[in-house]
Design a protein around this ligand. Structure first.
Ligand SMILES: NC(=O)c1ccc[n+]([C@@H]2O[C@H](COP(=O)([O-])OP(=O)(O)OC[C@H]3O[C@@H](n4cnc5c(N)ncnc54)[C@H](OP(=O)(O)O)[C@@H]3O)[C@@H](O)[C@H]2O)c1
Length: 164
């Protein structure tokens, strides 16, 4: 079942790579600004590895729901969920909740998410974590912006999608 208030936000390389050694694959300051702007004041849902990959948490002005099997573990400023269903239930009164990673959590939420905020980097990267392959026929494009990053020397696009 599609969860109408569940959105995914993710930065993906051309080969669907999203992470390596529990870190991101590229540093794209404009994308971090976009992430902050889109998720400001909203609820974030993430896997435990993604939380631990953040330099600091909680991220200001956002509710954090962390999914983990480890009972009774506590992280500053975070609420814990033992499953994706529990996380969905905890966020049910939110207008929009954002799945922010990582690979394991994206894979479980991809079939149920209503919206996809993609940053697509037009280059392959070596990685150990990947996003599920996206079938663009299942999504309508709401907006697209194409950019070039001088420091990284790659093209990238912001693509917002809603499930058909
Ligand atoms: N490019 C991007 O936009 C982006 C965004 C976010 C993250 N990333 C990258 O993704 C990588 C991390 O991804 P990952 O796949 O290793 O980890 P993850 O999805 O962040 O977290 C995995 C952990 O979440 C918990 N979990 C997941 N599903 C669960 C379920 N159904 N029930 C209970 N617990 C569950 C488990 O924690 P326990 O082991 O505690 O049970 C599991 O070990 C990093 O490299 C990170 O930099 C990239």
């Amino acid at each position: 079942m599609i969860e109408k208030n569940i959105s995914i936000i993710v930065a993906i390389a051309q080969n669907f790579a999203i992470g390596k050694n529990n870190d991101l694959l590229f540093h794209l300051p404009n994308d971090l600004k976009r992430f902050k702007q889109i998720t400001n004041g909203k609820t974030l849902i993430m896997g435990r590895n993604t939380l631990l990959s953040l330099p600091k948490w909680p991220l200001p002005n956002r509710r954090h729901i962390v999914i983990s099997d480890i009972e009774k573990e506590k992280f500053d400023g975070c609420e814990m969920a033992g499953s994706i269903d529990e996380a969905v239930e905890m966020a049910k009164n939110e207008q929009e909740a954002f799945i922010i990673g990582g690979g394991m959590v994206y894979r479980q939420f991809y079939p149920v998410a209503k919206k996809l905020y993609l940053t697509l980097v037009h280059k392959d990267f070596e990685a150990d974590v990947f996003f599920p392959e996206i079938d663009f026929n299942e999504w309508n494009e709401l907006s697209r912006e194409d950019h070039y990053d001088e420091k990284n020397d790659f093209n990238y696009s912001y693509i917002d999608l809603v499930r058909k």
